[in-house]
Design a protein around this ligand. Structure first.
Ligand SMILES: [Zn+2]
Length: 58
């Protein structure tokens, strides 16, 4: 399982996810970024930042 906390990239955001794969996390984050942060598209550098903060969880 993979976990990601939006607050690691966007200070003050308390959204977190636990998904089966990194791609699932990125998909969920993209929806969250659009709905909660107003980002129509997630820029490549933000995707890279998200990927760097995704952690393995048992
Ligand atoms: Zn967020």
């Amino acid at each position: 399982m993979k976990t990601f906390a939006c607050g690691d990239v966007v200070p003050g955001c308390d959204a977190t996810w636990v998904c089966d794969s990194e791609d699932d996390v990125l998909h969920a984050v993209a929806i969250h970024a659009r709905d909660d942060h107003g980002l129509i598209e997630v820029p490549a550098d933000l995707v890279a930042a998200v990927r760097s903060q995704i952690r393995d969880v048992a």
